[in-house]
Each structure stands twice: as structure tokens, then as C-alpha cells.
Design a protein around this ligand. Structure first.
Ligand SMILES: NC(=O)c1ccc[n+]([C@@H]2O[C@H](COP(=O)([O-])OP(=O)(O)OC[C@H]3O[C@@H](n4cnc5c(N)ncnc54)[C@H](O)[C@@H]3O)[C@@H](O)[C@H]2O)c1
Length: 495
């Protein structure tokens, strides 16, 4: 069998990365682009990048030296005839991609594989115009291709298992990590990513917290590398907006993916993030209010013993007087540790004094920041006492307005629920979803590992409480999550 030659059509951001990756693996590439000079510019950029990788010890000097010779220009589609695989990375337009695949079928052998790098179009729609739809699949890379190790391999309704196996093995040969996904909007990564930013936007839109506060909580309490708004600024809000709207529309207005009006306004105002020099995070979070020395005893409700005990331990370690009676004394500031509830609902349910009650998010006991949430009835001096008690531990404190599920609880619960929905819809396996989310989105854990660390029952309780309080169907828990939580099974348990 002749050695594989890969054709890459489109020598822009993605095409040049794909060509580079294949050449670095020692595979011959033919690169084609309709824009004059695009292929030459891409070849120069590829050689320069391979040399840079070699100088950093990330690619052997022999491999880097071979790259230039392995990536050759193709002048016309006919030149691609010897290719066993053609990957298209051209403009994101269905009709243009369909025309390209039809033309390629006239040039290539019947065994050749046609792969699309599309992010948002359906592989099925692309394959539908082809004579051999079984040879068509998605091969979805991430930018920058040489560094982002994840590749989603998308199976259309007609794709043959042999084609999927070929692309999976090839991805491994590239040194990248394949994950398998069905041809559904957003595949895995752009689907699973519909919780972090969108839920953060809802929090701000509801007036619960400001942008920088949400970021600080997600970094310091939930362990994310970047806050959701820093991430929007990095990606560009115009790009994120298109993805949010496209997934929402393609899932027929699924409430979980509902965008907030704030986004369109900010895009119209040119507040796109780094690319326009102005974005969400232009200033650090408002400084935490200066806390005086703890001046009152604290009583922590035992309604959620597992959440309350690490808080009590931390307060006592800091020298704060903690009352252990079954009821608070009249001098005590009252702290609750609810799941999914706002302070208003929790204090009324427990029959406590709203004027001296606040809530603390204890979902992540190892958090390096407290989130403190009064209700509208909490009176100022009692709020200041609660702040002083938490500040005595030495941890920063973020003060937010009353809202269901604080900040971290509701964002992580949505990440888990949407991840579970992807498994429920059989788009991908839990293991592949977790891998795709870690590598593609850079989260510290995938939705299944995250949900199992927190405890599926807790995640379910957060969502059920939020759903009950708001009536918003966006918080209805995934059936996959609900069943496993009720049965006491780990989230990755198959059925
Ligand atoms: N940029 C990303 O982060 C990213 C990530 C994943 C997937 N994608 C997808 O990859 C594809 C390419 O995106 P990009 O960012 O590299 O775009 P790009 O604009 O950087 O490059 C596209 C290239 O294709 C060429 N081209 C357009 N029509 C052509 C045709 N009919 N024949 C040959 N060449 C043609 C253009 O001249 C251009 O050089 C799109 O489908 C996009 O959705 C992009």
C-alpha cells in the first residue's frame, strides 16, 4: 500500500495547523487554498513554527527539518488525486463545503476519506450531497492545532466504522488525543462549554454579583484556571456570542442554552475583550469590604451538617466564638450553608431571624475564598459581623447579593447537568466527555469527575432547589444525573 498522503484544503489558521501536525508526524501533505499567496504564507509559518517547537525541545530537530519538504503546494483539486484523506478547513459555509466535497469525489479514489474541520455545521448535511457518505466524517481540531491536543472525531449517520477507526488511529499517530462524538450541534466541547460562561452571564444579569467577583470565585473557590469573563475576553465576545446563539438555535431554543440580552449590547458597543482592548474584566473585583475584628459569636445552622462542620472548624481555628446550642443566642450572627437556595428561602424555611442571617457557600470545603450572601432583610451591622468572622480565617471573602445557588454552586451544577445530557443523548461516553472538557476547555475536571467529587446527590439538590425557586426550565436536572443520584451510583455508571 502506498504511504498515506493527506490533502488539506484551506491554508488559514486551522488548515496550516493541521498540515503542520501531519508533517510533524512524518506524513506527506498537499496544501491547497484559493486565495493567492495563502499556501506559501502558510508553508513559511509552518516551517517557522516547527523550528520554534524544536528550539524549545518539543519536536526533534530531524522532524522539524523534514516538515518543510513534507508540506507541498497543490495548484488545483486535481493535484489531490493521490490523497487517501482530504481534510477541509475552508470557510464555514455549508454550500461552499458541499461543492468542495462533490468536486473532490470526482478526483479521489473511492476509498479516500473526506473529513471536515467544521465547528458548527452538520456532517450529515455535508455527506448528504456526496456519492459516498460512508467515507465522510468530522475531524475537529482546536486552535492552535499543534498545541491543543484534542481532536473530536465525528460520526455522521452514514459514516462507516472503518473510517472512524482510521481517523482515530491517525489522530494518535499525530500525538493527539481522539474522542468520539455523534454528529450533534457543538459535538462535545462546544456543547459542554454551554454552562460556564452562560450561567456566569445569568448571575450577573440577575444582579447577584459583578463580573470580576464571579471570576474570583470560580478561580479561588471552584479551582478553575480562568474565570468565565476572563475567558470571554480572551476568546472575543463576538465569537462566543455566535457559538452561544448557534447552539441555542440548533437545539431548538433549549432553555439551558438561553443567551442573555447583555451580550448583544456589549458586542454592539464593541466591548469584545482583548481584541478590541475593552472587555468584561477591565478592573479587579471591588475590594472586599474591610472587616473589623469579630465582635459577636457565630451560630452555624446544622441543617446541612456536612457543609456546616468545615465552616465551624475554620471559624474556631481562627479564634471566632462559635455557639454549639441547638438555637442561636440573641447575640449570635447566624450563618447558613444552603444548597441551591437563596438566603431568603433558607432562612424562612428554617424559621430563623432574617435580620441577622447570611449564607456561606461551603460546596467546596477546600475553597481559598468564601462567598457570603445576605438576604434583603439582613441588617448591616449583622452583615458586618459575619464578614468579620469569615475574614478572621485569613481567606478573602466575596460579598454577593441574594441569589439561588450562590455563584460556584450553580455554575458547577450546570456544567455537570449539561455534561450528563451529552451522555444521556448518547453523543459521547462519560470518559470521552471528561477528557474533551479537560483538554478542550481547560477545566480542572470534566463534568463526571466534578460531579462525583461533589456528590451526585448534592448536584441534584442544587438544581432541584434552583428549579423550584425560579421555575426556570434551564435548571431542570438531566435525567442521567437524576437517576444516578437517586440510585446512589457514580455519574459515569452506564445503563
Ligand atoms: N479558527 C478556529 O479556532 C477554528 C477551530 C475549529 C474549527 N474551525 C473551523 O475550521 C475551518 C477554517 O477556519 P479558519 O479559522 O482556519 O479560517 P481562515 O479564514 O483562517 O482560513 C480559511 C482559508 O480557506 C480558504 N478558502 C476559503 N474557501 C476556499 C475554497 N473553496 N477552496 C480552497 N480554499 C478556500 C481561505 O482563502 C482561507 O485561507 C472553518 O470551518 C472553521 O469553522 C475553526
Amino acid at each position: 500500500m502506498a504511504p498515506l498522503t493527506i490533502g488539506v484544503v484551506g491554508a488559514g489558521t486551522m488548515g496550516r495547523g493541521i498540515a503542520q501536525l501531519a508533517a510533524q508526524a512524518g506524513i506527506a501533505v498537499l496544501l491547497l487554498d484559493t486565495a493567492p499567496g495563502a499556501v506559501e504564507a502558510a508553508r513559511e509559518a509552518i516551517t517557522a513554527d516547527a523550528d520554534k517547537l524544536a528550539s524549545r525541545g518539543r519536536l526533534s530537530p530531524e522532524r522539524a527539518a523534514a516538515v518543510a519538504g513534507l508540506v507541498r503546494p497543490a495548484a488545483t483539486l486535481l493535484d489531490l488525486a493521490p490523497c487517501g484523506l482530504v481534510v477541509e478547513a475552508i470557510v464555514e459555509d455549508l454550500a461552499v463545503k458541499q461543492a468542495l466535497f462533490q468536486a473532490l469525489e470526482g478526483v479521489l479514489t473511492p476509498e479516500a476519506v473526506l473529513a471536515t474541520n467544521t465547528s458548527s455545521l452538520s456532517v450529515a448535511a455535508l455527506a448528504a450531497v456526496c456519492q459516498r457518505p460512508q467515507r465522510v466524517a468530522g475531524l475537529h481540531f482546536f486552535n492552535p492545532v499543534p498545541l491543543m491536543k484534542l481532536v473530536e472525531i465525528i460520526e455522521g449517520p452514514a459514516t462507516s466504522p472503518e473510517v472512524i477507526a482510521f481517523l482515530t488511529a491517525l489522530t494518535r499517530q499525530f500525538g493527539h488525543q481522539p474522542v468520539a462524538a455523534k454528529d450533534m450541534p457543538g459535538f462535545i466541547v462546544n456543547h459542554a462549554g454551554r454552562a460556564y460562561g452562560p450561567e456566569a452571564l445569568r448571575i450577573v444579569s440577575e444582579g447577584v454579583a459583578e463580573f470580576a467577583t464571579v471570576d474570583a470565585i470560580m478561580r479561588d473557590a471552584a479551582g478553575f484556571r480562568m474565570g468565565p469573563f476572563e475567558l470571554f475576553d480572551l476568546i472575543g465576545l463576538d465569537v462566543s456570542r455566535r457559538v452561544m446563539q448557534s447552539i441555542y438555535d440548533q437545539f431548538h431554543q433549549e432553555p439551558r442554552f438561553r443567551p442573555v440580552p447583555l451580550v448583544a449590547q456589549r458586542v454592539a458597543a464593541g466591548l469584545l475583550g482583548r481584541k478590541s482592548g475593552k472587555g468584561f474584566v477591565t478592573s479587579p473585583a471591588s475590594p472586599a469590604p474591610v472587616a473589623a475584628k469579630p465582635d459577636r459569636p457565630v451560630w452555624v445552622s446544622g441543617a446541612e451538617p456536612e457543609m456546616a462542620s468545615p465552616l465551624i472548624a475554620a471559624l474556631e481555628k481562627a479564634g471566632v466564638v462559635v455557639e454549639h446550642g441547638s438555637e442561636p443566642s440573641p447575640q449570635a450572627v447566624i450563618l447558613l450553608t444552603p444548597l441551591g437556595e437563596d438566603t431568603t428561602s433558607a432562612v424562612l424555611r428554617l424559621g430563623l431571624d432574617p435580620a441577622r442571617t447570611l449564607s456561606v457557600d461551603m460546596l467546596f470545603p477546600e475553597a481559598r475564598r468564601y462567598t457570603l450572601m445576605p438576604s434583603p432583610a439582613t441588617s448591616e451591622p449583622w452583615g458586618a459581623s459575619a464578614l468579620a468572622a469569615l475574614a478572621a480565617t485569613g481567606q478573602p471573602v466575596s460579598l454577593i447579593h441574594d441569589g439561588t445557588g450562590f455563584v460556584a454552586q450553580r455554575i458547577v451544577a450546570q456544567i455537570v447537568s449539561i455534561g450528563c445530557e451529552i451522555a444521556q443523548q448518547r453523543i459521547a461516553t462519560p470518559a470521552d466527555i471528561d477528557l474533551a472538557v479537560r483538554l478542550g476547555l481547560g477545566y480542572p475536571h470534566g463534568p463526571f469527575a466534578l460531579g462525583d467529587r461533589i456528590g451526585p446527590r448534592r448536584v441534584l439538590r442544587i438544581l432541584q432547589a434552583m428549579h423550584a425557586a425560579t421555575g426556570d426550565p434551564c435548571y431542570r436536572p438531566s435525567a442521567w444525573l437524576r437517576r444516578r443520584a437517586m440510585l446512589g451510583l457514580p455519574l459515569a455508571a452506564p445503563d
